[in-house]
Design a protein. Sequence first.
Length: 460
Amino acid sequence: MAQDKIPTSRVGRTARIGGLAAGQALRQAGTRAANVARSDEGRTLALERRHIEAAEQIVEALGTMKGAAMKVGQVLSFLDVGMVPEEHREEFQRRLGALRDAAPTVSFKDMRKVIEQELGERLDGVFAEFDPEPIAAASIGQVYRARLHDEREVAVKVQYPGVAAAVRADMQNLGLILRLAKRIAPGMDPKAIGEEIRSRIGEELDYELEAANQRTLARIFRGHPFIVIPDVITSLSHERMMVSEYVHGAGFEELKGRSQADRDRIGEMIYRFYFGCLYRHGQFSGDPHPGNSMLLGDGRMAFFDFGLFKRMPPGGVQLEINVAKAIIEGDSETIMRLGTEVGFFRDPSKFNPDRVLAHFRAATSWYTCDREIELTPEYATQVLIDMSDPRSEYFGYLRHESAPPDHIFGRRMEVLTLAVLAQLHAAGNFHRIAREWFYSDAPATELGRQEAEFYERAAA
């Protein structure tokens, strides 16, 4: 929808989301009443229908927004996995794809005003060349290609005028959205989760923070054998504008058509970057998206877009590792103890430890089980269902679990990384790679050996 102004009023959005929440409450009440007389199969089908209706309404509601809620749709749009049953998937993905492509159309005249306001001077005083056609567009900004007077090519990320107010209006509605979600997962703590989401999304509006995140990772990975983080031009980066080194390479759609060997290598690099950032460095991008990486001509992968970024608190990474090791080792007692300590199991008596272990394994077996596996959209679908869907055989447990806020974005990173790898149909033994982080095992792949040498040199 073309427009020069992004709506910032909360009123219309509140009414729309509030109506969605009320409608779903009535439908779920009707489903519960009707289920009294239904068979198990009938109850499953009724719940599935309600799930489809809710998904459709959420897509419709998201389509009216131009702030944070829009980002939810953009994340969902590339998953290519079943939020709804197979026979509805194509239409659902089409509608989400349209939502992804519906980023606001803002004239370059208005975007130029933002740039010059942030720089405090005219565009041509800073840039020798500036292409007014954006090379990328997203929910909160656009990216342009330019050349500095010293001949360096740069990417210039600019925030849409007014989008910060629009996102903050959406954040005001977050409580309504989470209360709707709580009807599916009663164990969820909407207040704690809402605070975490508001913090991360709020940070994403500040490009100076994103520049700091990118500088940190660029420093960590400088000289890495296959990971590249473009350098930030700090002097030209401000709250609504960020300038970084321009990199050019093959995008995700092209990579999907590469040979199996190439896709396996690309998948391993993506996996090592996102998971390795968490388990080695305690900080990671919360937005593994196909558009946030590219394959350079020399075979390395470049990664960018670090607005949605999480730094783990003290002890947070070790907790993640301890839970992963307990899953690998079949130690249900440790899973229950750790989960209870952090509030994941608010009432441990409601849980059977063996079923909890089976549930955790279903969600993580692609990297906690020692096997070669090809990751496919169908496999990713089942993992998503097992993690959070009413169709999951573990749904009775899901309703009473409460993910600690500090670990929400870790799970988000995990499942979105899986979704990207599934689109590539990447294959490998991801467990053997994970053991490098969990058990300090020697690397089992050539990329792992190259990376181990890099970290040995960095530690010397």
